[in-house]
Design a protein around this ligand. Structure first.
Ligand code: PMP
Length: 375
């Protein structure tokens, strides 16, 4: 039977308690949400919904084609100009997703004969970028600048270090300044994914590279998603204009993909303008994360100290994590649940999002529910 082999995989998955299922989210959820990536609480903001609606009314439901043919509107160029200005880079290019942006950045900046040094904690989209690139990948231990230095010394010719700025599983930050130093000693490029840093870290949410003094550097390229802090959908690559021009001409996920939907561009633009006018949102997300962490550890949970807005709590086992998250849901709290194979170290976790718009009472309630449902 065609595809018969997948039944065996399904059986093994069931036996290991690792089956994933889709559950539609109601528009008006009664749950307290600590599971989404809506770090600044902007996804439902009326100005962002209006930005999307206005863009769809003006430009249509889709962008109608590749960015190089009919898929570039004034909205796209405006969004790119404003994103570059906000984050402190010369140029920006938006994509239909952060995933596509990462594939584009890594594949086009790591040609045949080059070395890609990749942090072991990197997101799947960076890993897939390495797999698709023509260069050779060397994975180095997580957040270890000395290991990066050593790896870079093994290679002559073009080299690039690829890393998340904030790692999605534990919410810890990469040693960006040390990474940049290791790259500069060797003339290597640095490509960092700021999906979890944009909107949360740096002055007013300008991102982790801005906070590390790397914004606008000629050897630094940043990718990010528009789907987390900016409450929209899509991705972006920020960097020197010559790098962005190179991507326009060489990145397959840019050239052969339909341009970002106008509604998504309009929503992201509205969110960016809102963030510029309300810079305190970023600091509030960080403060909520610190408070969540402090209360959880005081209650005896094993939680990683957050560097941004992700708070990760250890669970006893994959089954325990699933049960814990389900019991939280029954008690009115939505939390993320990370377990193998999404976590390469095999440690299952609850993943909590410290949204900027959470009140003190909501934080207290979340911590209470997590304590009461602990397996
Ligand atoms: N990078 C990181 C670190 C992410 O967490 C994600 C989203 N889960 C992505 C990239 C992909 O972004 P998008 O969802 O916009 O494709």
């Amino acid at each position: 039977m065609a595809f018969g082999w997948i039944d065996e995989q399904a059986r093994l998955r069931r036996r290991a308690g690792l089956v994933r299922t889709l559950r539609p989210r109601p528009a008006e959820s009664p749950l307290l949400d600590l599971a989404s990536n809506d770090y600044l609480g902007l996804a439902h903001h009326p100005a962002i919904a209006e930005g999307a609606a206005e863009a769809a009314r003006t430009w249509g439901g889709g962008s109608t084609g590749s960015r190089l043919v009919t898929g570039t509107t004034e909205l796209h160029t405006e969004l790119e100009r404003e994103l570059a200005g906000f984050c402190g880079f010369e140029a920006a290019l938006v994509f239909s997703s952060g995933y596509a942006a990462n594939l584009a950045a890594v594949t086009t900046l790591a040609p045949h004969g080059s070395l890609i040094v990749s942090d072991a904690g990197n997101h799947a989209s960076l890993i897939d970028g390495c797999r698709l690139a023509r260069g050779t990948t060397q994975v180095v231990p997580h957040s270890d600048p000395e290991a990066v230095r050593k790896a870079l010394r093994t290679h002559e010719g073009p080299a690039v270090l690829v890393s998340d700025t904030v790692f999605s599983v534990d919410g810890d930050a990469a040693p960006l300044a040390a990474y940049a130093e290791a790259c500069r000693e060797r003339g290597a490029g640095l490509v960092v994914d700021d999906a979890h840093g944009l909107g949360v870290l740096g002055d007013g949410g300008r991102g982790a590279p801005f906070a590390a003094g790397l914004a606008g550097a000629e050897d630094v390229v940043v990718t990010a998603t528009l789907s987390k802090s900016l409450g929209s959908q899509g991705g972006v690559v920020l960097g020197p204009a010559r790098v962005v021009d190179h991507l326009v001409n060489a990145a397959r996920t840019f050239i052969f993909d339909t341009g970002l939907a106008p509604a998504a561009a309009g929503a992201a633009l509205a969110a960016l303008r809102l963030l510029r006018g309300e810079p305190e949102r970023a600091a509030r997300a960080r403060a909520v994360a610190a408070e969540l962490h402090a209360r959880l550890t005081a209650a005896g949970h094993e939680a990683v100290r957050p560097d941004a807005a992700v708070v990760s709590v250890r669970a006893p086992s994959p089954e325990g994590a699933v049960r814990w998250a389900a019991d939280c849901r029954t008690a009115g709290l939505a939390v993320g649940c990370f377990r193998p194979p999404s976590v390469p170290d095999g440690i299952s976790r609850l993943r909590l999002t410290a949204r900027a718009d959470l009140s003190g009472a909501q934080i207290e309630r979340a911590v209470r529910v997590i304590g009461e449902t602990r397996p």
